[in-house]
Write a protein of this length. Structure first.
Length: 254
């Protein structure tokens, strides 16, 4: 098997992209698993963020129903070696994400498009091996906060409507995720999981952060993610949902 030269490391906590999915009848050990390619941006002024310091990222993850429900999980890129997924700060979250950003040539060499095998050794559901197709390089447009000028003057005692530029060609099959994190990387606000009631589809353009969500004594950052869903698999592992897609995310200070 070919091996990759890119360095790898564990990403702890919510700094790594955590999407969250929803299934009605849940499996005993796993609720979700995913393979994603993306690009991350930081917006520091009104208008779309520039590409100067934006790089590509690859991640694979498995969400457990309970801690220790999966004893081992790996993701195997096309024609390459299996990559182990590691327990995160949340013991129900196994993930691997590239450390630092990759250029597009690095991404294509180390994590090429094709079929990715996600293998899970579970406590009650046996060994589960699911292949997710990730092809097409269908990265969405770059998310941009439209009311950027208001982000640093949010009244924490009042509801705040966060708005953004449209997800170009976004559909009901696509997904938008909004998270607000405090200085310790704790999520203080998050939109519903993929497939859940109230989840934001690719046509959403705003969300309301309720009053009292952002205590004034803390600092926050908000992350807006557009995900173009390529593969959605709710059947290969009954009760769990698999997803492969391309994303772009933009963060800004609150």
């Amino acid at each position: 098997m070919k091996t990759r030269t890119v360095k790898r490391a564990i990403k702890i906590g919510l700094g790594a992209l955590a999407i969250g999915f929803y299934v009605a009848a849940q499996a005993a050990d796993v609720s979700e698993f995913s393979v994603l390619k993306g690009k991350k941006y930081s917006q520091s002024e009104a208008g779309p963020p520039g590409d100067g310091f934006a790089f590509y990222w690859w991640s694979a993850s498995v969400r457990l129903t309970t801690a220790n429900a999966v004893t081992e999980a790996t993701a195997t890129p096309p024609g390459l070696d299996a990559i182990p997924l590691f327990e995160q700060a949340d013991p129900k979250w196994l993930q691997f994400e590239t450390i630092g950003g990759l250029t597009m040539p690095d991404m294509n060499a180390n994590f090429p498009n094709g079929s990715y095998l996600v293998a899970m050794t579970t406590a009650h559901d046996g060994n589960r091996n699911v292949t997710l197709s990730l092809t097409g390089d269908s990265y969405p447009n770059t998310p941009t906060f439209l009311n950027f000028g208001m982000l640093e003057s949010v009244n924490p005692s009042a509801a705040f409507t966060l708005s953004w530029s449209a997800f170009t060609s976004g559909t009901a099959n696509d997904y938008i995720r909004v998270q607000a994190l405090d200085g310790d990387e704790n999520e203080v606000f998050g939109t519903p999981a993929f497939g859940a009631v109230g989840a934001l589809s690719g046509s959403a353009a705003s969300v309301v952060i309720p009053a009292g969500t952002l205590p004034p004594e803390n600092s926050y950052r908000v992350i807006l993610t557009f995900i173009k869903v390529i593969t959605r698999d709710p059947t290969s592992y009954a009760g769990a949902i698999g997803l492969a897609g391309y994303y772009k995310s933009t963060e800004a200070s609150l």
